[in-house]
Design a protein around this ligand. Structure first.
Ligand code: THU
Length: 136
C-alpha cells in the first residue's frame, strides 16, 4: 500500500528540518532524508561530510541507520529533500543499502522548487547484491 500524502508531507517537513543540520562545508549541498517504518515511526538523517571526502555519509544512509539503531529496520518509505532545481535520486551506495531493507521501499524525492520524483528501490536498483548472492 502506498504511503498517504499526509504522512509524506510530515516526512518532507522533517527531512527539510534535518537538511538544516547537514554538515556540508565542502559541497555546500545539504540533504535531508526521513524513513518511515512499518510501525509508523519517522527517522531523520542529514549528510555529514568529512575533510577526507570519501568518509562522507549521505542523508539517506544516515536516516536508514537511525531506524536500524532504534531497532526498527522495517522500512516502508524514504523521503529525500534538497534545495536543488531537480529532485535528487539516492546515490548508488544508498540504493544498495536501501535494497538490504526492502526492494519495495518507496522513494520520494523533493526539490525546493516543488518538483517530485517517485520510484521504488527495485526501479532504482533492479539487480542488487543481496543475501542470496552469499549462498555457497
Ligand atoms: N548526498 C546525499 O546526502 N545523498 C545523495 O543521494 C547524494 C549526495 C550528499 C553527499 C555529499 O555530502 C553531497 O550530497 C554532495 O554529493
Amino acid at each position: 500500500m502506498q504511503v498517504d500524502s499526509r504522512t509524506i508531507e510530515t516526512m518532507r517537513k522533517a527531512a527539510a528540518k534535518a537538511a538544516k543540520n547537514a554538515y556540508a562545508p565542502y559541497s555546500r549541498f545539504p540533504v535531508g532524508a526521513t524513513v518511515l517504518t512499518s510501525h509508523g515511526e519517522i527517522f531523520a538523517g542529514c549528510n555529514v561530510e568529512n575533510a577526507s571526502y570519501g568518509l562522507t555519509i549521505c542523508a539517506e544512509r544516515n536516516a536508514v541507520f537511525q531506524a536500524v539503531a532504534a531497532g526498527k529496520p522495517q522500512i516502508r518509505a524514504i523521503v529525500v529533500v534538497t534545495s536543488s532545481d531537480i529532485p535528487s535520486s539516492p546515490c548508488g551506495a544508498c540504493r544498495q543499502v536501501l535494497s538490504e531493507f526492502g526492494r519495495d521501499i518507496e522513494v520520494i524525492s523533493f526539490s525546493d522548487r516543488g518538483k517530485v520524483l517517485r520510484a521504488q528501490v527495485s526501479d532504482l536498483l533492479p539487480k542488487p547484491f543481496g543475501h542470496e548472492d552469499l549462498a555457497t
